[in-house]
Design a protein around this ligand. Structure first.
Ligand SMILES: Cc1cc2nc3c(=O)[nH]c(=O)nc-3n(C[C@H](O)[C@H](O)[C@H](O)COP(=O)(O)OP(=O)(O)OC[C@H]3O[C@@H](n4cnc5c(N)ncnc54)[C@H](O)[C@@H]3O)c2cc1C
Length: 443
């Protein structure tokens, strides 16, 4: 008997395999805790990650353990669920098997919740010079690059030589880009002034590049303009209608209708472009241009009622707006709950799958984005507001949604501490990977 056969077992209750322990997959698993099913949750990492606060790890405000928790620990008390740290490579729908890098897993139902990652719009050669933010490793890598840039600059006596190390270019004016730019500006203009002696603070630049004519495309126009103003006040140069057309180890090229500018910089961060997990393409189902699977209203794959796709990997239209449901955490959570309800109902009934399934209805909980350490923008239905009240709401919402009680307490204490003291929580340079080359003129 193989390992996979042992996990699947031979039982009268259906075996549900979930790929991904992110927001969607984890919620599906938790919602099936009382259902007459056996669950196996597969994730290639051992932790659930609260991605909305990832930028705070990248900018050294929080430590990884404050926003990530072992999936095994979260599901420890759920006796109908087995957790495997494993990587899924494709689905063999005809044989009803999930193919892993090191085995196979039979299923009665499968829920694909493998999410998405960043895309470089066909310029994968930019990736080593412009890291994106998706995993804990990405955040720690970015944190290391940012902190090392300041360390390098501190040792260069000439402000001109310091400049490329103190120039930070964030590509993409969505929520992640806006949040990254705001947080970096505070490090560059406040923290650096206090902690470093030689750094020429006047030489620091934070540039946010966006191809559209506004930031925060999903937000109302008024909040986008407010975010732009608040970032400008923090010292960020917001470049709208600008496209990045070249990135290498020492420069970034920004192109507008009036021409191209090449800026020397050692710090380019990528917050643009999304590509769905390649697992979606192995289904043979229709995909959208970002590789998301075009699912039925019940979130199953056309012609395959035993395969569900949820979260960032699913393209589903909101029947009320006619627009695609946005790739945000609340949507993934709601989709996880929705498919769990369908499976629980069908598992408790024989034969399975013969009734009409309900369609997924997205409940829009609103949008929030923070700008620096005490400003945010909030769009909650008809209510749009900004500034400190929005920031307080942002803090409360994020603390409430953190997965463990320990994390809620730790993050709250960390935020209060850094609000009062201006001290970033985790400014540690660790490991040795991908350190920027020291400048030849370095002392
Ligand atoms: C930097 C950043 C900031 C964000 N900020 C916000 C925000 O402020 N508010 C908001 O609502 N949303 C935010 N989002 C979006 C939100 O995090 C996603 O919409 C949500 O995580 C999608 O959930 P998911 O379950 O589909 O995928 P994910 O949460 O990405 O989970 C996917 C899981 O699948 C696993 N996996 C992937 N491929 C495989 C494989 N082949 N085999 C096994 N396991 C696999 C991954 O390890 C991961 O654990 C942000 C996203 C990012 C990256």
């Amino acid at each position: 008997m193989t390992q996979s056969d042992r996990s699947a077992g031979d039982s009268s209750v259906p075996h549900v395999v979930i790929v991904g322990g992110g927001f969607g997959g984890l919620m599906a698993a938790l919602s099936l805790r009382r259902a007459p099913v056996r669950l196996t949750l597969i994730d290639r990492s051992n932790h659930h990650l609260f991605q909305p606060l990832l930028y705070q790890v990248a900018t050294a405000a929080l430590s990884p353990a404050q926003i990530a928790a072992p999936i095994r620990h979260i599901l420890a008390r759920q006796t109908n669920c087995t957790v495997w740290m494993a990587e899924a490579v494709r689905l063999d729908a005809a044989r009803r098997r999930l193919v892993l890098t090191d085995g196979e897993l039979p299923y009665d139902y499968v829920i694909l919740a493998a999410g998405a990652t960043h895309s470089y719009f066909g310029h994968d050669e930019w990736a080593p010079h412009a890291p994106g933010l998706k995993t804990v490793d990405d955040a720690v890598d970015i944190r290391q690059r940012l902190l090392l840039a300041f360390e390098r600059a501190e040792r260069l006596p000439d402000p001109e030589a310091q400049r490329p190390y103190l120039t930070f270019v964030v590509v993409g004016g969505g929520p992640t880009g806006v949040e990254m730019a705001g947080a970096i500006s505070e490090i560059a203009f406040e923290t650096a002034r206090r902690d470093f002696r030689q750094i020429d603070r006047a030489g620091a630049r934070v540039i946010l590049v966006e191809a559209l004519d506004r930031l925060l495309a999903g937000f109302p126009e008024s909040l986008a303009r407010r975010a732009e103003r608040d970032l400008t006040k923090l010292g960020v140069e917001v470049r709208l209608r600008s496209r990045v057309t070249g990135i290498d180890a020492r420069t970034v090229t920004i192109t507008t209708t009036t021409g191209a500018e090449t800026i020397p910089t050692r710090n380019v961060l990528w917050a643009a472009g999304v590509q769905a997990s390649p697992l979606g393409a192995t289904l043979g189902a229709p995909l959208d241009r970002n590789g998301k699977v075009l699912v039925e209203p019940d979130l199953s794959v056309p012609g395959r009622p035993d395969i569900f796709v949820i979260g960032d990997l699913a393209h589903v239209e909101d029947p009320r707006t006619g627009k695609p449901v946005p790739a945000v955490a609340p949507a993934a959570l709601q989709m996880g709950r929705h498919v769990a309800r369908i499976i629980a109902a069908e598992a408790g009934r024989a034969p399975r799958g013969h009734t009409v399934r309900p369609g997924f209805r997205y409940r829009d909980k609103g949008l929030l984005a923070t700008i620096g350490r005490k400003r945010a923008v909030a769009s909650l239905g008809p209510f749009h507001f900004a500034g400190f009240p929005a920031w307080i709401l942002w803090c409360i919402a994020h603390i409430l949604f953190l997965i463990t009680f320990r994390q809620k307490v730790l993050v709250m204490v960390e935020w209060i501490w850094s609000y009062v003291t201006f001290a970033g929580g985790a400014r540690l340079i660790t490991g040795g990977a991908r350190r920027p080359e020291p400048d030849k003129r370095q002392g």
